[in-house]
Design a protein around this ligand. Structure first.
Ligand SMILES: [Zn+2]
Length: 52
C-alpha cells in the first residue's frame, strides 16, 4: 500500500502514523475514524480495515 496525502495540508499519511479513533462499542457498530497526524483533519471512516 502506498502512502496517501492529506487533502487539507498535503501532508503524507502513512498507515503507521495515521491517527485512529475507534467509535462505538463492541463489534456491532464499530467504526474507525482516521485523521491527519499533521493537521488533525478527519480523513474518513472505515469499518474494519484501513482504507481497503
Ligand atoms: Zn493534514
Amino acid at each position: 500500500m502506498s502512502p496517501s496525502k492529506c487533502p487539507h495540508c498535503k501532508g503524507e499519511i502513512k498507515l503507521e502514523t495515521v491517527q485512529r479513533e475507534t467509535k462505538g462499542v463492541g463489534f456491532i457498530k464499530q467504526e474507525i475514524m482516521y485523521s491527519c497526524p499533521h493537521c488533525g483533519s478527519v480523513l474518513g471512516f472505515s469499518r474494519g480495515k484501513f482504507m481497503s
